[in-house]
Design a protein around this ligand. Structure first.
Ligand code: MSP
Length: 510
């Protein structure tokens, strides 16, 4: 048995999730579901990043205590993931006492090892990103992703000796071409590592910010939110001494957006190195979802699609499918209601839905709804059977590379091929010819069994709809992977008719 561990970003809970959050979580969830289907012992982690200035400020504006505010919003995230069919095995909260204990222990250990020291810090601080920034990063006086310019600050901070790990990180990235994917992000960080990166400020004075985990040996300071948050990838596994940690950690893959690439390379790799934790197996970095105006989707710009509204309007599975098909992972891309509607109407309703509806209707009409036994397979059927046999491993190879859209595309190409098979096999003509009864049995059975393969191959992407399809096919809803041809639908069992993906017209858009 192999263990696999997949994580999403640990989200700031200052609002409810938007489509950018859903993009990362849906990718992580689909990857985890595929790995689980393929027999790996898989754990998916998501969670809430609850400390720091951003949350403290949002709580103040809402006239609430930070803890009550964080409780309420963490719950909103839990519920939102449920509605988007994202099913984490663990939901970490950085305010959980078990997490705080791990953070304190790590800090003390690094302090004793001389990896942490106190010094005055003077610089520009971005509250939006919760970190000090350099002049080089600013465009028109502010970070491109921020609304407000950074503010000048001077204060005593504890520092972590990040610079001391730079050479090690450079060698690690140089020798591990697949550590960070897609490769442009690895190259970006390799370039950064050619020059000094400095040490990392990892505390905030309590007189400015109380909302954080106390520095164990100095009550005047709390831990910097990123130092705290990154450790939430290990604390839920029982780091440092629980078997869950040693079982799952070696396989860990983090799914993040490109806006948090630096923290997940410079900060996190140096922290893990200093703590003696093995570096992650892979970092999957997504691009940004853009609104129809071509700008990064964000609440404040009002150019986003609300994931929960979209799930209500188009169905959660059509939304999940669109997210992976429309924007190649690693690149920026636009998602709008119109795009989701088009994917639903064309790929899902016209191609897949129509194939299922026609196959089921013909089984009803020509065989009273009973799955016929196959008779003699011709070359056309042999080609379909062999493709159905190859697809699970083709799909999994793409999934391992986080090319989920390409994986789904392979299956949808198979669906198109099956639609072509309906047209050329012309069951309606066979039904008129009493001598073609065996042939009609074979064609119908092949279509039903191939649809059953499709329902397994796309289950991780569209769990709800693919279960519905299995029910229509009269097959078991248990997920199977690599099930040999002939073991899905059972001759003699009864199918139902139904419309899997009702089309939507723009006029219906909320
Ligand atoms: N709390 C930190 C992460 C700590 S991880 C130990 C954080 N949280 S966040 O809520 O601001 O956003 C996290 C992630 O949301 C981003 O990295 C990215 O994956 C995703 N996205 C937010 N907006 C996005 C888009 N418009 N498009 C795609 N993903 C983006 O940063």
């Amino acid at each position: 048995m192999t263990y696999r561990y997949i994580t999403t970003p640990i989200y700031y809970v200052n609002d409810r999730p938007h489509l950018g959050h859903a993009y990362a979580s849906v990718h992580a969830d689909i990857m985890a579901r595929y790995l689980r289907a393929a027999g790996h012992q898989t754990m998916l982690l998501t969670g809430a990043d609850e400390h720091g200035e951003k949350i403290a400020k949002a709580a103040m504006l809402a006239n609430e205590a930070p803890r009550a505010f964080a409780d309420r919003h963490a719950q909103t995230f839990v519920e939102a993931w449920g509605r988007l069919s994202v099913e984490p095995d663990k939901f970490v909260r950085t305010t959980a006492p078990e997490h705080a204990k791990v953070v304190s222990e790590c800090l003390s250990r690094l302090f004793e090892a001389g990896e942490i020291y106190l010094a005055d810090y003077e610089g520009l601080y971005s509250v939006g990103q919760e970190r000090f920034v350099t002049e080089k990063e600013l465009v028109d006086g502010k970070l491109p992703e921020d609304k407000e310019p950074p503010v000048p600050r001077r204060e005593p901070n504890y520092f972590f000796r990040m610079e001391a790990h730079r050479d090690w990180m450079r060698l690690l990235l140089r020798d591990s071409p697949n550590l960070i994917q897609p490769v442009q992000y690895r190259n970006e960080i390799l370039k950064l590592l050619e020059e000094p990166i400095g040490d990392l400020s990892i505390s905030r004075p309590v007189n400015r910010l109380e909302w954080g985990i106390p520095i164990p040996w100095d009550a005047e300071h709390v831990t910097y939110v990123w130092f705290d948050a990154l450790l939430s990838y290990v604390s839920p596994l029982g780091y440092p001494d629980q078997p869950t940690f040693s079982d799952y950690w070696p396989s860990v893959r983090h799914v993040i957006g490109k806006d948090i690439l630096r923290t997940h390379t410079l900060f996190w790799l140096s922290m893990t190195h200093a703590l003696g934790i093995a570096p992650y197996q892979r970092l999957h970095v997504s691009g940004h979802l853009l609104g129809s105006d071509g700008r990064k989707m964000s609440k404040s710009l009002g150019n986003g699609v609300d994931p929960l509204e979209a799930a209500d309007t188009y169905g959660v599975d059509a939304l999940r499918y669109t997210l992976i098909r429309e924007v190649s992972f690693g690149f920026d891309g636009i998602i709008s209601n119109a795009v989701i509607e088009q994917r639903l109407n064309r790929d899902l309703a016209d191609d897949l839905g129509n194939l299922a509806a026609r196959t089921l209707a013909m089984t009803k009409r020509y065989r009273n709804g009973f799955v016929p036994p196959p008779k003699i397979y011709d070359a056309v059927e042999e080609a379909i059977i062999s493709r159905a046999g190859e697809l699970p491993s083709i799909v999994l190879t793409l999934v391992e590379e986080m090319k989920l859209g390409r994986a789904a595309e392979q299956v949808m190409d198979f669906v198109k091929h099956l639609n072509g098979y309906v047209a050329s096999g012309a069951p309606w003509a066979l039904a008129k010819d009493p001598d073609a009864s065996d042939r009609l049995d074979t064609v119908l059975y092949t279509l039903l069994e191939a649809l059953y393969s499709v329902s397994n191959l796309l289950h991780p992407v569209m769990p709800g709809k693919m279960n519905e399809l299995k029910v229509l096919l009269g097959a078991s809803v248990n997920p199977y992977w690599n099930l040999p041809w002939g073991h899905g639908v059972k001759p003699g069992s009864y199918v139902k008719e139904g419309i899997l993906f009702p089309k939507r017209l723009s006029g219906d858009v909320v």
